[in-house]
Design a protein around this ligand. Structure first.
Ligand code: CP
Length: 309
């Protein structure tokens, strides 16, 4: 079976093919009639063990717009609450013959584990601090549509890199597509060995943003900080929060991105986040539906070798 578990393993050609397909769905989603039929007769289950607004709703809309029957499994009121394990839950749902299961889980590797226990396609909607492949794809689509290319751009990923599956997937995708990637963070919020990913590391926002085309902000993931280092939010904003002064060090036409949800006034100034000339945060959300339609379409149609996801 074919799954999308991460950006790791995708080639530049695979990514380009998915983005090209997603481009067609951006146009379809802007029509009054958004309905297609490529997933007609198929069943999609969204199984989210962690909270989500954007990813879950866009996977639901994506499946429905392609004609699938979409079921949102409400984990909070499921038998997980009675102690049923992750694997038993997945195997139980698998017995209902879904064609696609979309999974979000707090543990890195949980989605891959489940993909080995079920007989349908599995899409990773975020697993711990590991990967969030559709987020990186929607970010890439946003960048490509705005800048016309990804290759050769300088992209700064800023903030809580340590806990970020978004950062990891973006580093892999942007690297594969030939962008120059910088990470800007305090040493305490960087994973050990980050240099192995071919990124340039900065601890100073102004230096790191110098000459950047894209400024990608990350949420400070307070819920994943158990004990060791929890920065004061005021201090964090002072050094690492994106305001106009720091943004002034990037290129004048640099775009501001954030995967959401945002902590306004912590990693990003509210006025910058809402600046329609600089921020593409809402566009990222729009691209999210199109990218997820492309991924579901590619998996369901079992496209030939040029799209090996
Ligand atoms: N960017 C993202 O994954 O948002 P949600 O957690 O709301 O899905």
């Amino acid at each position: 079976h074919r799954h999308l578990l991460g950006i790791e393993g995708l080639s530049a050609a695979d990514i380009t093919a998915l983005l090209d397909l997603a481009d067609t769905y951006v146009e379809q989603n802007r029509q009054v009639d958004k309905k297609g039929s490529v997933l007609r007769g198929r069943t999609q289950i969204n199984l989210f063990f962690e909270a989500s607004t954007r990813t879950q709703s866009s996977f639901e809309l994506a499946g429905k717009r392609l004609g699938a029957d979409v079921m949102n499994m409400s984990v909070g009121s499921s038998s997980v609450k009675k102690g049923e394990t992750l694997i038993d839950t997945a195997v139980t749902l698998n017995a209902m013959h879904p064609d696609l299961i979309i999974i979000r889980h707090a543990s890195s590797g949980a989605v891959e584990l489940l993909s080995q226990k079920v007989s349908c396609s599995v899409v990773n909607a975020g697993d711990g601090a590991h990967e969030h492949p559709t987020q990186a794809l929607l970010d890439a689509l946003t960048i490509r549509r705005r800048k016309g290319r990804i290759e050769g751009l300088t992209v700064a990923i800023c903030g809580d890199i340590l806990h970020s599956r978004v950062a990891r997937s973006n580093i892999l995708l942007l690297g594969a597509m030939g962008a120059r990637v910088r990470v800007i963070a305090p040493p305490t919020l960087l994973p050990r060995g980050i240099d192995r990913f071919g990124v340039e590391v900065f601890h100073d926002m102004r230096k790191g943003l110098e000459g950047c085309d894209i400024v990608m902000m990350l949420r400070l993931q307070l819920e994943r900080m158990s004990g060791s280092y929890v920065p004061s939010q005021r201090e964090y904003f002072h050094y690492f929060g994106l305001d106009y002064e720091k943004l002034g060090h990037a290129k004048p036409d640099a775009l501001v991105m954030h995967p959401g949800p945002m902590n306004r006034g912590v990693e990003i100034d509210s006025a910058v986040a809402d600046d329609i000339n600089r921020s593409v945060i809402r566009e990222q959300v729009e691209m999210g539906v199109a990218v997820r339609m492309a991924v579901l379409d590619a998996l369901a149609r079992n496209l030939p070798n040029e799209l090996r996801i």
